[in-house]
Design a protein around this ligand. Sequence first.
Ligand SMILES: *[C@@H]1O[C@H](CO)[C@@H](O)[C@H](O)[C@H]1NC(C)=O
Ligand SMILES: [Zn+2]
Length: 313
Amino acid sequence: MKTQAAASIFFLATSLPSALGWGTLGHQTVAYIATNFVSSATKTKFQSILGDTSANYLATVSTWADTYRYTDAGTWSAPLHFIDANDDPPSSCGVEYSRDCGSEGCVVSAIKNYTSRVQSSSLSDADVATAAKFLVHFIGDIHQPLHDEGLDLGGNEIDVTFDGESTNLHHIVSATSSLFPEKNQEPPSNPQKSWDTNIPEKYVGGYALSDAKSFAATLTTSIKTGSYESEKASWLDGIDLSDPVTSATSWASDANSYVCSTVMPNGISAVEKTDLSGAYYTKAIPIVELQIAKAGYRLAAWLDLIATGSTGL
Ligand SMILES: *[C@@H]1O[C@H](CO)[C@@H](O)[C@H](O)[C@H]1NC(C)=O
Ligand SMILES: [Zn+2]
């Protein structure tokens, strides 16, 4: 599936079926950042919807949608995790809703649908809770650059090296992706895979719920008083609860622009047969952090708009 091939280039633990979004750590970090910024009224409302009064009320549901899509009952929801931009990286990046959102729906139409459903007074409590769980997840996914890209990169066929070892792009991604491994990741089966767990443990300190919480605390500080302070207001430019398609498409376009600038700035051929463990990896890390920070901040604003009518940020 071309979407899956493209999606696997970055951040993703590739050996697991749930590898197609941010991994567990990424989604939970997005959720905790949102938790840190929502108003108390928003917190109360969503704790009630989700039936969880703990501080983890968003984090614990943030990966449910990736589990659900791999059940027989949830197969239909797979296209909702992406929008396949039919652009032409690296020379031209861009997302157009009417061109790129397929008939089965996409992450933009899903954000629209679940924004509407979470506010419904006629749906059952269970359906409203499901809508909230989808929304928390999809606002994370839409910030992952390769969730907003249709280019078929065939990661398994693109030969590259990592630390001098021959492998393919699909595997390489595991290096970058291992910042966001799956919580229940299988133990490394060989030495080549050991960096799948070693890298994240070094960078974040692990991938338990508590690690997501502390990673979120670091990024929250960057947003409040650190390197993102001056730009955070611009992250909410154009945000409009009454026009979810325009709002979500602007988030998708923003993330998609990194396909041209960071994921493959010089095209597929420049990535092919090269070693990605150095400069490529180093350049990817700040974008990963930035996109997770934006996702958490925008999720907080969106939930505030739903619960209270204003962002409060
Ligand atoms: C909205 O979500 C519901 C529940 O998941 C789904 O059955 C329906 O097909 C969705 N509608 C659209 C237009 O996406
Ligand atoms: Zn997903």
